[in-house]
Design a protein around this ligand. Structure first.
Ligand code: ATP
Length: 229
């Protein structure tokens, strides 16, 4: 199992640590604030009160064994940069760092972050997208360029097969799954609506009205499909 470390247990870090812990992942949670560490103790594997800019202290708590580290210190820019550098030098393969500004993001990349996230900026963009486009239901950003998005099919896709629609050739996006509401019979004999998901649908899969297509592609190309609605 992969071992995670979350450094900084503010609003962002505690949410990451809590979700990983609840999903049964191995999490080492670190903060300089004893109270925040206490709050996390029951939820994660290990919660430790340490100044993460102290290289020796980080090594003493076994940081070297971590596969993925999340640097969730944003406002304290110096600390976030120093901690990222220490993690890089400790040989941690995946370092995700939170940034509050573009400039901080650039520096974090340069000192060794394998991925930089901008939670406030990304959440704002996501909210705006969801407000203006009711056709896109869920949107997962894979990088600044690529996403997985849930899209409702346009009218011209309805009753056509994926081969006919040919989204990959026409729009450069791949349909990785289709969600469909089906009528099923419940234990009490009553009919109820259930969601069926078909992963990697075949080319002869026929799109129906009400289906949700889960597509993978560049943000630019996904935008193009949205614009066609
Ligand atoms: P959020 O928006 O997630 O609440 P933030 O971007 O405002 O956080 P900070 O307040 O700078 O970021 O830091 C988040 C957490 O990181 C805090 O709980 C803070 O105690 C912790 N932290 C800051 N510096 C260090 C450090 N050197 N070692 C360990 N933890 C630290």
């Amino acid at each position: 199992m992969r071992q995670f470390a979350v450094i900084g247990l503010g609003r962002f870090g505690s949410s990451v640590a809590k979700t990983l812990g609840e999903k049964g992942q191995q999490v080492l949670a670190v903060d300089i604030d004893e109270e925040l560490v206490q709050d996390m103790a029951e939820i994660v594997t290990h919660a430790v009160c340490v100044d993460a800019t102290d290289e020796k202290a980080l090594k003493a708590i076994g940081i070297k064994d971590v596969n993925v580290a999340i640097v969730a210190i944003g406002a304290n820019i110096e600390a976030s940069i120093l901690v990222t550098l220490i993690l890089k030098e400790a040989g941690i393969p995946e370092i995700v760092a939170k940034a509050v500004s573009k400039e901080q993001g650039k520096v974090l990349k340069r000192v060794g972050a394998t991925r930089v996230v901008f939670p406030e900026r990304d959440m704002g963009a996501r909210l705006a997208n969801s407000l203006i486009s009711s056709k896109v239901i869920e949107h997962i950003e894979l990088s600044s360029e690529y996403s997985i998005a849930e899209v409702l099919p346009t009218r011209k896709f309805i009753d056509k097969t994926l081969r006919d629609i040919d989204l990959r050739a026409q729009y450069g996006v791949t349909v990785i799954a289709v969600k469909r509401k089906i009528q099923a019979v419940a234990k009490n004999g009553e009919s109820q609506e259930e969601e069926k998901i078909t992963v990697s649908p075949q080319a002869d899969y026929q799109i129906r009205n009400g289906d949700i297509m889960v597509v993978l592609g560049s943000n630019e190309n996904i935008e193009k499909i949205k614009a066609k609605h």
